[in-house]
Design a protein around this ligand. Structure first.
Ligand SMILES: Nc1ncnc2c1ncn2[C@@H]1O[C@H](COP(=O)(O)OP(=O)(O)OP(=O)(O)O)[C@@H](O)[C@H]1O
Ligand SMILES: [Mg+2]
Length: 234
């Protein structure tokens, strides 16, 4: 589903954020991505949703080769339709209510209003937000805003959900609720990569953990890259 092979990233200011990263994530896995602040977690996730491209090495996501996506107009948006992204800084539209924030992508991709209503109410119920559907982001708690981000990310039934610090700044109870919601989504077959600082939260769970330290992968690569033909949902 996701494969990094000897990936390095040097930003324009010459900062080397990722060094020779190789790992493989299989369909349906739940993977934690950990590491200190500045370790490169967001940078790595950006390579998966192809907001950044590697300086060296290869990235494959859902059958897309980053090298080709980089050169092909429309390929990034095509890939992103298969991904759900929960951004570290939320990126909610403050002048739209919860319903419209979640409906946004469906409207952009030309869905019919009746179908939009059905889908949005379905994910709002799933994320426990039905009663807040006409609130604006500034009328929500941090945990509720985070759930709007998750609702927005899963509205299109993504193959892969990338969640960048989805429990940052939330208390233990709310963090656990958010985490349980992600587990539920994973149980339906969605591959999840969740970055987190919160080692206490993830400690009880035996999901695979990929750990970065100063841009180097120090744990969880799953030892070898499985030779595999990429394509479809595999
Ligand atoms: N566009 C950029 N240009 C130059 N350097 C960058 C850029 N984006 C990130 N960096 C640097 O790359 C390193 C990794 O950043 P990144 O945001 O990936 O870390 P992180 O592990 O997500 O940290 P945090 O836990 O604080 O979110 C940091 O030192 C950061 O300053
Ligand atoms: Mg980050």
């Amino acid at each position: 589903m996701i494969q990094f092979s000897h990936v390095s990233k040097i930003y324009d200011n010459s900062y080397k954020a990722l060094h020779d990263i190789s790992f493989f994530v299989d369909k349906g896995e739940f993977v934690f991505l950990t590491g200190e602040s500045g370790a490169g977690k967001t940078t790595l996730l950006k390579h998966i949703y192809m907001d950044e491209f590697s300086s060296n090495g290869q990235v494959f996501v859902c059958g897309y080769d980053a090298k080709i996506v980089h050169q092909k107009k429309n390929a990034v948006s095509e890939l992103r339709r298969k991904l759900g992204i929960v951004f570290q800084d939320f990126k909610l539209l403050n002048d739209r209510n919860v319903f419209d924030n979640v409906a946004f992508v469906l409207r952009v991709t030309g869905h019919k209003e009746k179908e939009i209503k059905r889908k949005v109410f379905e994910v709002l119920a799933l994320t426990g937000l039905s009663h807040k559907c006409f609130n604006y982001p500034n009328q929500l708690s941090g945990g509720e805003q985070q759930r709007v981000c998750i609702a927005r990310a899963i509205i299109n039934d993504p193959w892969v959900l990338l969640a960048d610090e989805p429990t940052g700044n939330l208390d233990m109870n709310v963090s656990n609720e958010i985490f349980m919601l992600l587990q539920k989504i994973n149980s339906w077959g969605t591959t999840i990569i969740m970055s987190t600082h919160d080692l206490q939260l993830i400690k009880p769970y035996h999901y695979r953990t990929i750990e970065l330290h100063q841009g180097v992968l120090i744990k969880g690569a799953d030892s070898t890259l499985k030779p595999k033909v990429f394509g479809g949902r595999n």
